[in-house]
Design a binder for this molecule. Structure first.
Ligand code: ARG
Length: 587
């Protein structure tokens, strides 16, 4: 089992070698190789080089061609246009490279030799609150980044920074203390996620109502906040009941999302409570933060409010309370100091970008972040309704995530049912979940995260177009081919000439590792999504043009085509798994 060098990098190296042999004065120049429609690859590095050497690019290119040997790897190379090289590789090289990939259970994708440690902060809902589409995006994009980075060999630590702390708990805890039976489940059977959330919602409303109308209750609620922050045991016990009830709800939503969230990775805001005071002390002692109007603040030259006055990051309020920023700064200290991370990745809504910009800059000034430890916000855009406005119900309320997911599953089941096939009702229901949840995840992962996107279920479960169900169908088709293959088995046949559709599919299959690497290093899962969609399309064309079973091609051609089907299936499956999307064997 060994990593496989892609044809693109082998060819790139060959050209780089030819370049320095033909033009020693060029030093080490980059051939700038890319895939091309004209030939398999095109190198246009000769243009920049000619400029540098003050030569004629076509003449330089011709010299490189002379120094390039053809045969085993390169079938043909020609100079085109202003001095590009068009390169065609041999069919044998394609099939042999793919055979090496097929022999490796990682499809030839190398594992980092010297991996780092990345903490990914994602899937961070808030206690006692309903989850919304923003939480969906963080969970889906974050989970994909976890898998992609782990696959490349990175050490990944997951952190679910749930909102489980702050002044709002004073009101809730006080209410529960005065109405202790409101969250009692003793004796009752297990509480469902739905029930847990509705209990919390009811409590929240009731507490809010008293809080707004009863001054004395308000005062008691304020005292509760102080007691909570001081670690009063009874107060903490009531607080824990809220957290536990919320976790029942969160887990039910994550289950629905077919996503594993481990309890040990849930370290919410409360987890950093003991560090807040010290964080503020360090910031003040080092002069990073200063007192301003009683609050402890950090100022930035380039952060100003609409009135032109600087807007500070407040780490400690004038009433002595700590907020979101102090918690995030403490979390950075924990993740760098204790978890030994060298990268901190935050999968959080773009509307929090200013917060993170200020928090990261503060941490840099304090020395917690530096050249060896970086922090990045993978900022995602807003989910919009079909009308292009932020997603709301007709009544103007936030759409409940669970309702959306249920609807997606329902629509997907209808699509699966319509397709001619022999699935039982039970199978349709199961596929409905795999297709529906896959569709929601795919929609989230298939555009660049920073962009807003429209939540359009009709489009998401459409069989044609850039959707997960299109890819799932392509995968299921590969499986059904094997069902019909009889005693023919997949065997790579490097001696065979390849049809254009086979070459196109093969060259694309060979790029899997490079795409993963790009997606991992740029934190862009949509690169993998785009790759898989194209793979499914190329497979569909191949399947149209190159019969595998009927009309039966010669034995060896059939074997080689089965081999391509098999590698396509494994690549689709691996890629979709990294994105958190199921690939049912039959659809
Ligand atoms: N709970 C927050 C929200 O719902 C997201 C937390 C993001 N992570 C962080 N470290 N601040 O908006």
């Amino acid at each position: 089992m060994a990593p496989v060098t892609s044809l693109a990098s082998t060819v790139d190296q060959r050209i780089a070698d030819a370049l320095s042999a033909a033009l020693p004065e060029a030093g080490s120049a980059d051939p700038l190789l890319r895939r091309s429609d004209r030939a398999d690859f095109q190198a246009n590095g000769m243009l920049a080089l000619a400029k540098k050497l003050k030569g004629n690019p076509r003449e330089l290119a011709a010299k490189v061609v002379e120094a390039l040997s053809t045969g085993d790897l390169i079938k043909e190379v020609e100079v085109s246009g202003p001095g590009f090289l068009n390169i065609t590789v041999t069919d044998r090289a394609i099939t042999e490279t793919l055979a090496a990939r097929a022999a490796d259970d990682r499809l030839g994708v190398p594992r980092a030799v010297d991996p780092g440690t990345t903490v990914i902060d994602y899937a961070q809902p808030n206690v006692a609150k309903e989850m919304h589409v923003g939480h969906l995006r963080s969970a889906v994009i974050g989970a994909a980044m976890v898998e992609i980075l782990e696959f490349t060999g990175e050490n990944v630590i997951r952190r679910h920074h749930i909102g489980d702390w702050g002044t709002q708990f004073g009101m809730l805890i006080q209410y529960l203390t005065e109405h202790p039976h409101e969250l009692d489940h003793s004796g009752a059977e297990e509480v469902s996620g739905e029930e847990a959330m509705s209990n919390l919602g009811r409590l929240y409303k009731a507490a809010r109502a008293i809080f707004d109308s009863d001054e004395e209750f308000k005062a008691r609620a304020r005292d509760r906040v102080v007691a909570l922050q001081a670690g009063d045991a009874e107060t903490l016990a009531q607080w824990q009941r809220f957290v536990d009830e919320s976790k029942i709800y969160f887990h039910s939503v994550f289950d629905k999302l077919d996503m594993e969230i481990r309890d040990e990775d849930v370290v919410g805001e409360s987890g950093y409570n003991d560090m807040l005071e010290e964080t503020c002390r360090i910031l003040e002692e080092t002069g990073v933060a200063v007192r301003s109007a009683g609050a402890l603040c950090v100022f930035f030259d380039d952060v100003k409010g609409p009135d032109g006055n600087p807007t500070p990051l407040i780490v400690k309020k004038s009433n002595g309370g700590y907020g979101y920023a102090a918690t995030d700064l403490s979390a950075i200290r924990d993740r760098v100091g204790n978890l030994k991370a060298d990268t901190l990745l935050y999968v959080v809504d773009a509307r929090q970008s200013l917060h993170f910009k200020m928090v990261f800059e503060t941490a840099r000034r304090a020395g917690w972040l530096n050249e060896d430890v970086k922090a990045v916000q993978l900022a995602f855009g807003t989910v919009l309704g079909k009308d292009g406005k932020p997603f709301k119900t007709r009544e103007g309320e936030t759409v409940r995530l669970v309702d959306l997911l249920d609807e997606a599953v329902e629509r997907a089941a209808a699509v699966v049912r319509e397709k001619p096939g022999d699935l039982t009702e039970e199978e349709i229901a199961e596929r409905g979940v795999q297709v529906g949840i896959g569709a929601v995840k795919y929609a989230d992962l298939s555009t660049s995260a920073a962009r807003d996107y429209k939540f359009d279920l009709d489009q998401m479960v459409s069989l044609n177009g850039d959707t997960s169900v299109y890819i799932q169908y392509a995968y299921a088709r590969t499986r059904s081919i094997f069902g019909k293959a009889g005693d023919r088995t997949p065997v790579a046949r490097p001696e065979l000439e390849l049809a254009p559709a086979e070459r196109a599919l093969g060259l694309h299959l060979d790029q899997f590792g490079e795409v993963l690497n790009d997606a991992a290093s740029a934190y862009e899962p949509h690169k993998l999504t785009a790759y898989l969609y194209q793979l499914a399309s190329l497979f569909t064309t191949f399947y149209d043009k190159c019969p595998v079973i009927k009309p039966a091609p010669p034995q060896e051609t059939a074997e080689n085509r089965l081999f391509l089907c098999d590698l396509t299936a494994r690549t689709l499956h691996q890629g979709m798994t990294l994105l958190g999307i199921r690939t049912p064997e039959r659809l």
